[in-house]
Write a protein that binds this ligand. Structure first.
Ligand code: AMP
Length: 293
């Protein structure tokens, strides 16, 4: 099965109106393309819960910093449309930049607290770019169920907050991280890794899992848990390729608060769910990952 490829807002609206008239519910998977199994897992989740599945493919310029990879970000639209068609997606919406940012545009959406820290601290303006483009998709596509991956954990929390604050009549579903057999979280950016780096990259997830195992065995000391993760990650370094940590942090999984420990540095029983988040550079590639305890 192939999905219908749409580039213009007006056409998208017409097609959606027609489906809604026929009583169909809409499921949406926003992406930047270069699709992999992680994205496809979101399409499958959408298929299960909605009658009509829309995949958006848009490399959003305003969420990239001036020295980031906007230009070289992989673009594989024809292949992506085939892939999601095979999974049963009905529509692929792939707008141009001016379609999303009309000439003279000056409006941004900013989620204040949740965008600070973690990736927000290392990628100034990134979450403002994300919140702005996702708000535009919410507006364009309207009521429905929107699927996002837990791979981008802070992004998921930022988008949930934005949707609630701006009263969008939508539901958001977070989906688990899809990994390769060696633990590496699937990412469109993994294609940047050379052979040596590809061997080192799984160290990130192995480090997170090691800390989770210690937590499950009763370790509650924040410093001890971070050290376990860090040591494991460092142990994966090879000649010419090593993960350089940008951050490694334990946070409250619901609100991303860093206030999870008592005065002794032990995670309090009050903290219902904990997430360990990491970002690292491997050569010129930036990788992120996280694990829920
Ligand atoms: P991106 O194209 O990287 O912007 O990702 C589009 C959506 O797919 C986001 O909601 C991501 O969190 C999600 N996603 C990306 N990689 C994965 C993965 N490995 N597992 C689950 N979801 C993912």
């Amino acid at each position: 099965m192939t999905s219908k490829l749409i580039h213009e807002r007006a056409q998208l609206r017409d097609v959606l109106d027609e489906h809604r008239r026929q009583g169909r519910t809409v499921g949406v998977v926003p992406t930047m393309g270069a699709l992999h199994e992680g994205h496809l897992s979101l399409v499958r989740a959408a298929k299960c819960e909605a009658d009509l599945v829309v995949v958006t493919i848009f490399v959003n310029p305003i969420q990239f910093g001036p020295n980031e990879d906007f230009e070289k970000y992989p673009r594989t639209l024809a292949q992506d449309a085939d892939l999601v068609g095979t999974e049963g997606a009905d529509l692929v919406f792939s707008p141009s930049v001016v379609e999303m940012y009309p000439l003279g545009e000056q409006t941004r959406v900013r989620v204040t607290e949740l965008s600070l820290g973690l990736c927000g601290a290392h990628r100034p303006g990134h979450f403002e770019g994300v919140a702005t483009v996702v708000a535009k998709f919410f507006n364009l596509i309207g009521a429905g169920i929107y699927f996002f991956g837990e791979k981008d954990y802070q992004q998921l929390r930022v988008i949930e907050r934005m949707a609630r604050d701006l009263l969008f009549p939508i539901r958001i579903v977070g989906c688990p991280i899809v990994r390769q057999e060696d633990g590496l979280a699937l990412s469109s950016r993994n294609v940047y890794l050379n052979q040596e780096e590809r061997l080192v990259a799984p160290g990130l997830s192995v480090g997170l899992f090691a800390a989770r195992t210690a937590y499950r065995q009763g370790e509650r000391d924040v410093s001890a848990l971070l050290l376990i993760a860090q040591r494991t990650i460092n142990a994966h370094a090879r000649e010419g390729a090593a993960l350089q940590l940008e951050y490694l942090e334990l946070r409250d999984a619901d609100n991303l608060s860093g206030q999870i420990a008592d005065e002794r540095g032990l995670i309090t029983p009050r903290t219902r769910k904990v997430v360990l988040l990491v970002a690292a550079r491997l050569g010129s590639t930036r990788l992120i990952d996280n694990v829920l305890f």
